[in-house]
Design a protein around this ligand. Structure first.
Ligand code: KG4
Ligand code: ZN
Length: 343
């Protein structure tokens, strides 16, 4: 019998629910919260309140779009963490309540596993060959920057990760320093298209192995701009596109260098991109060029599955369901990675 899963994602500022049947996506509804824009970043308290308002309509729409009733689902998968505790609580509690009322099991999903497995979602109108194992995954988002070796659906190891800020934060905070709204990543991406990436250069962080660091370079951007504004208070406005292009190129260079290193080290030439920052057009372009030159097999996620979504939680729930990996109703959300295992 085909397995039908409801996936619920509420780890940060997107309330999302999706329904999958086997690996096929039947619906995926995302309510993004606009309330944070004026604060220049996600305000946890406002995020939980917005989740609370959004969750019922989002779940109802997911069922409506899928054309199925609640009785037809076999299990409910939800993001247990990492993320904002108040936000995670909304999805977790909702999953438990619905599971109790329907008499169905629940599945706790690690948000990061969700990002990785988003590559296995199949769409009705589109044949897609997902990556085979093992592969390297560059997982880049607002909260995470990691290079992982993925050996099977639920078995992976972290080869390298950021020791401070995530690359998404480097995009967002860089944008904030330049006076741009939140989230700055997509805005930098757009403005960079009009600029020359060779205009400004920034020093590279000196981090050994496959780890990353973005906090120091963010501070150096701040000092650089302050210095320039002493002689020209409108320096940012006059150079905005060039600054965006140069900053974006700098961040992409840092990511690429480590992926090349990881591939050489592991001899794995199947490379997969995941997470919000994998929507970045320069990163995608440069990855494609690198793949062409090095003979890599490259998997770029569809843009709709790059940022947080319920589909990636549902598909992970599906693979966990097949292994009987259910959890008890006493499970509580966790805010940090490493507080619970892969799945
Ligand atoms: O995966 P995601 O939705 O949330 C987390 O799990 O963190 O990622 C959000 C991050 C934000 O930092 C946002 O600025 C960044 O992804 N982002 C981008 C682009 N689209 C989203 N960064 C650069 N270029 C983009 N086109
Ligand atoms: Zn995410």
């Amino acid at each position: 019998m085909a397995i039908t899963i409801l996936g619920i994602e509420s780890s940060c500022d997107d309330t999302s629910a999706a329904i999958t049947r086997e690996t096929l996506l039947l619906s995926n509804v995302i309510a993004s919260q606009q309330v944070h824009q004026e604060y220049g970043g996600v305000v946890p308290e406002l995020a939980s309140r917005a989740h609370q308002q959004n969750i019922v309509p989002v779940i109802n729409k997911a069922f409506k779009d899928a054309g199925i009733t609640k009785d037809e689902i076999d299990a409910i998968a939800f993001t247990r963490g990492p993320g904002l505790l108040g936000s995670l609580l909304v999805g977790t509690s909702f999953a438990k309540g619905l599971a109790l009322s329907l008499g169905r099991p629940i599945i706790q999903v690690n948000h990061l596993t969700g990002h990785i497995l988003s590559h296995f979602i199949q769409l009705l109108d589109q044949e897609y060959a997902p990556p085979t194992f093992p592969f390297l995954c560059l997982l880049v988002s607002g909260g995470h920057t990691q290079i992982l070796q993925v050996n099977s659906y639920l078995n992976y190891s972290i080869l390298g990760q950021t020791i401070d800020d995530a690359v998404g934060e480097a995009f967002d905070k860089g944008a904030k320093i330049m006076g741009l709204p939140y989230p700055g990543g997509p805005i930098i991406d757009r403005l960079a298209k009009e600029g020359d990436a060779r205009s400004f250069s920034f020093s590279k962080p000196k981090i050994e192995g496959l780890d990353f660091s973005f906090s120091g370079i963010k501070t150096s951007l701040l000092y650089f701009l302050r210095q320039q504004m002493l002689s020209n208070p409108l320096f940012v406005q006059h150079n905005l596109a060039n600054l965006c292009a140069s900053w974006q190129q700098h961040l992409v260079d840092i990511l690429l260098e480590k992926v090349v290193k990881a591939s050489k080290q592991t001899k794995i030439e199947r490379i997969v991109l995941s997470g919000g920052v994998s929507a970045n057009s320069l990163l995608r372009e440069r990855m494609a060029v690198e793949a062409q030159e090095r003979g890599w097999e490259l998997f770029l996620p569809q843009i709709r599955f790059t940022t947080d979504n319920g589909a990636m939680i549902a598909i992970t729930g599906y693979f966990m369901y097949r292994l009987g990996l259910f959890c008890g109703l006493d499970v509580a959300p966790v805010s940090r990675v490493g507080d619970f295992e892969v799945a």
